[in-house]
Design a binder for this molecule. Structure first.
Ligand SMILES: C[S@@+](CC[C@H](N)C(=O)[O-])C[C@H]1O[C@@H](n2cnc3c(N)ncnc32)[C@H](O)[C@@H]1O
Length: 293
């Protein structure tokens, strides 16, 4: 999605909907494909506040060594804060360090190193060397086809499995319907193809199909599952954020339509305030690993 408010707030708003939508079946398939003998070494690209770490930590084999990368120091600071709060709420032990944290509980021993880096290019052996799993969540729709080709080549070089969650596929629906819903969706999808600073024009809604091609081209077996958000009245703030953000992105592409888009936004916000709004946003999760001969 295009962003108009502090990203950390948005990532917090969406975290529970993300976890509900994600494919646990693909995670299990990845775990079966990796089966490391010692610790599992994981790279989380564009980690934000670490939602992907918190989701996967309790689903991957117990001994985990994570490198989590983002260009935002503010978001990386929240990885430690939010993961420590998550761990405490579950009764896990959590130790924080200048460069990350360690969470322990029964067989779980999860070390997380945070690293600030612009991921506009991936040519850094230190990111990929020794990784069993390269993962990201809510990232692929922001990156270019060139970037995806480079990602596939780097993953293939180290033989890593991959898991990319929650890539927007261009489809959404709002209820009750408003006449401009389709117009705003089309403008948003065009906005999704603009350059997001990750290798050129973004693949946007085509990202998963493009990633599938790139990973198959380097010899991966690829699996895809739908992982949609179905956001009801209980997630009113998340709906408000989406509607405002879509209106902003649509208005950027069609300034002459701003009065119509603003009117659409205000009607949608009124539906949310009245507790009758539902929004579905369609995503795909993609998992892959080097195909066995
Ligand atoms: C939609 S958020 C997803 C965050 C997180 N993976 C999650 O699921 O909550 C996209 C993330 O990409 C990061 N990002 C965007 N452009 C980047 C770049 N050029 N280099 C590194 N990180 C970038 C943002 O800071 C943000 O954390």
């Amino acid at each position: 999605m295009a962003m108009s408010e502090p990203l950390g707030d948005w990532l917090q708003l969406r975290e529970s909907a993300d976890w509900e939508a994600r494919s646990s079946q693909l995670v299990q398939q990845v775990v079966n494909a990796i089966a490391p003998e010692g610790s599992i070494h994981v790279l989380d690209l564009a980690t934000g506040t670490g939602s992907n770490v918190r989701y996967l930590a309790v689903r991957l084999p117990g001994c985990q060594r994570w490198l989590v990368v983002d260009h935002s120091p503010d978001l990386l600071a929240l990885v430690t804060e939010r993961t420590a709060a998550w761990a405490r709420a579950r009764g896990y032990r959590c130790d924080s360090y200048a460069t990350g944290l360690r969470v322990r509980h029964d067989s779980l021993d999860c070390e997380v190193e945070t690293r600030q880096r612009d991921l506009c290019d991936l040519d850094d052996a230190g990111l990929f060397a020794g990784r069993h799993l390269v993962t990201a969540s809510a990232l692929l729709d922001l990156v270019s086809e060139l970037w995806l080709r480079s990602l596939a080549a780097h993953c293939r070089e180290v033989g890593a499995a991959v898991l990319f969650a929650l890539s927007y596929n261009g489809e959404s629906s709002c209820s009750p319907a408003e006449p401009e819903d389709e117009l705003v969706r089309e403008l948003l999808n065009r906005h999704q193809h603009t350059d997001k600073g990750l290798g050129g024009l973004a693949a946007g809604p085509d990202a998963v199909a493009c990633a599938e091609r790139c990973f198959i081209a380097v010899g991966y077996q690829v699996h895809i599952q739908p992982t949609d958000w179905n956001i009801g009245p209980a997630h009113a703030d998340m709906q408000r954020y989406l509607v405002r953000d879509w209106a902003r992105a649509a208005g950027e592409l069609a300034p002459e339509l701003v009065p119509h888009i603003t009117s659409w936004r205000d009607r949608r916000l009124a539906h949310i305030d009245a507790g009758r709004s539902r929004i579905s946003v369609r995503h795909f999760d993609l998992a892959g690993w080097p195909a066995r001969p």
